[in-house]
Design a protein around this ligand. Structure first.
Ligand code: URA
Length: 202
């Protein structure tokens, strides 16, 4: 007979399991990002979400508020989700690193590696069916590849039991307002929504 552990996440529902993970991370000093951050930005949304959105790392607004994607890029992300009838409350939004990189630089390999077990633990609790990866940093880190986002997007990638769909980061779309990138992002969002609807009804 397989013995169940007497404590730990197996006995907790997703809400309590995520709350326990967030609590355990308080005061984290596993990488150098702890030196400049004000808050750990754990993530927000539904612990039972079938779709998880993963960005790069918190910016200044997120670091100040302790919530992901609350600045300008976050406002665009909310609109992007809205365009495929998804709300921030029904998905879960998080980042590849949970602490703000200084000056909004890209997270470095050692920082991504230090935070990865906590992202995997979160995905293990939520068990999403679809992951929307925002931008090349998140997509390349999640898929452990160096291929450019232009070649990764537009396709389905498997990550554990979930299908991962890469798209452009909303901050990139704000910096590059051309219609071409927006059109591609819109195609990616529709693809993500199609997969979400199909996998939820299975
Ligand atoms: N950009 C990100 O990648 N994540 C955030 O939470 C905010 C901006």
């Amino acid at each position: 007979m397989t013995e169940l552990p007497l404590s730990g996440e197996y006995l907790l529902g997703p809400d309590a399991a995520l709350a326990a993970q967030a609590r355990d991370l308080q005061g984290c000093r596993r990488c150098k990002l702890c030196e400049g951050r004000s808050t750990i930005v754990f993530g927000s949304g539904s612990p039972r979400a079938d779709l998880v959105v993963i960005g790069e790392g918190p910016g200044a607004d997120e670091d100040a508020q302790g919530l992901p994607f609350v600045g300008r890029a976050g406002q665009l992300l909310t609109k992007m989700l809205d365009s495929v009838q998804l709300t921030r409350d029904e998905v879960f939004i998080t980042n590849t690193v949970l602490c703000r990189p200084p000056g909004n630089r890209n997270p470095e390999a050692d920082e991504l590696a230090a935070c990865r077990p906590f992202l995997d633990a979160k995905l293990g609790v939520i068990q999403p069916k679809v992951i929307l990866a925002l931008g090349s940093v998140a997509t390349q880190a999640l898929l452990r590849t160096k291929e450019p986002i232009g070649r990764l997007r537009g396709k389905l990638h498997q990550l554990g039991d979930a299908v991962l769909i890469p798209t452009f980061h909303p901050a990139f779309l704000l910096r590059n307002p051309g219609q071409e990138y927006r059109r591609m992002a819109w195609e990616d969002l529709k693809l993500a929504k199609r997969e979400y609807d199909a996998r939820r009804s299975r």
